[in-house]
Design a protein around this ligand. Sequence first.
Ligand SMILES: Cc1cc2nc3c(=O)[nH]c(=O)nc-3n(C[C@H](O)[C@H](O)[C@H](O)COP(=O)(O)OP(=O)(O)OC[C@H]3O[C@@H](n4cnc5c(N)ncnc54)[C@H](O)[C@@H]3O)c2cc1C
Length: 267
Amino acid sequence: MRLGQEAAGWWREHCGSVVRNGSLVVALGRDLRELDRFARRTERHEFLSSEAVGVLEPDLAGRFGRALLFRDEAHLAPREALGALRHRLEADGVVFREGPAPESEGLTVDCRGLAARDVLRDLRGVKGEMIVLRCPDVALSRPVRLLHPRIPLYIVPRGDGVYMLGATAIESDDRRRVTARSLLEMLSAAYALHPAFGEAEVLELGVDARPAFPDNLPRIRRHGRRIHVNGLYRHGFLLAPALARMVAALLLYDERPELMDEDIPER
Ligand SMILES: Cc1cc2nc3c(=O)[nH]c(=O)nc-3n(C[C@H](O)[C@H](O)[C@H](O)COP(=O)(O)OP(=O)(O)OC[C@H]3O[C@@H](n4cnc5c(N)ncnc54)[C@H](O)[C@@H]3O)c2cc1C
């Protein structure tokens, strides 16, 4: 959480495209206890009455008895953010080359994600599936998280009636198959949030495996002339600014990062 707090400001400064409008957390009637549990585990939120939810998000008026509002939260569109970042780096003279990196005499910063398992033996994949929908009949102006013991879902508005629905978290290295069960569960949860999602157009299905260490925390590891930055798990966009800052401080000022492991453990 602490390392993620600098992310929204960093992405806005370097890439624009950050919307700072808070996020809403809701639960269906039978899962209302989940809302209290979530509130106990988190900070900087406030409980909203049903009326207050309707004032913030008119399309959710009357649908939830109460909700949690996290006013400080922000969201971004990842592809646009990465596109803008690349554009800016190229303008500064950085050269991008596609394909495997050649062996280098100098230091290499290795951010190969799950492909670095050839060296980082304790890295594993956590499969995530997501759906992009167009649903002009629903207007939401901030991400909404629906708590559910089995299918926690979040919906992020991308503008123009487009929504990203995510995401499953399954212990698996599979990065290719979106399963029927995952689609069923995510779409059912979206439908429970608002029945108009039943009429949505499916624009895209996405799947990937997130690189994670056993404790799900990121690591910077030095292995000879290679510095591995990995294990960003569910929080790559949230944690990348902090990790990049630490790697830069290591390279430029020899400052040891707080997330540094010296040795690569054997499996
Ligand atoms: C469905 C889903 C939803 C998510 N939602 C969020 C979210 O809301 N917020 C958030 O912060 N994070 C989210 N994440 C997590 C985020 O996507 C990951 O944490 C992040 O992608 C990890 O970044 P990475 O650069 O370490 O690895 P990756 O994104 O896996 O990138 C590794 C890159 O290395 C390249 N590569 C591999 N081998 C080589 C080689 N030999 N030479 C050169 N390049 C190589 C690969 O092609 C790839 O581009 C989500 C992930 C999923 C799957």
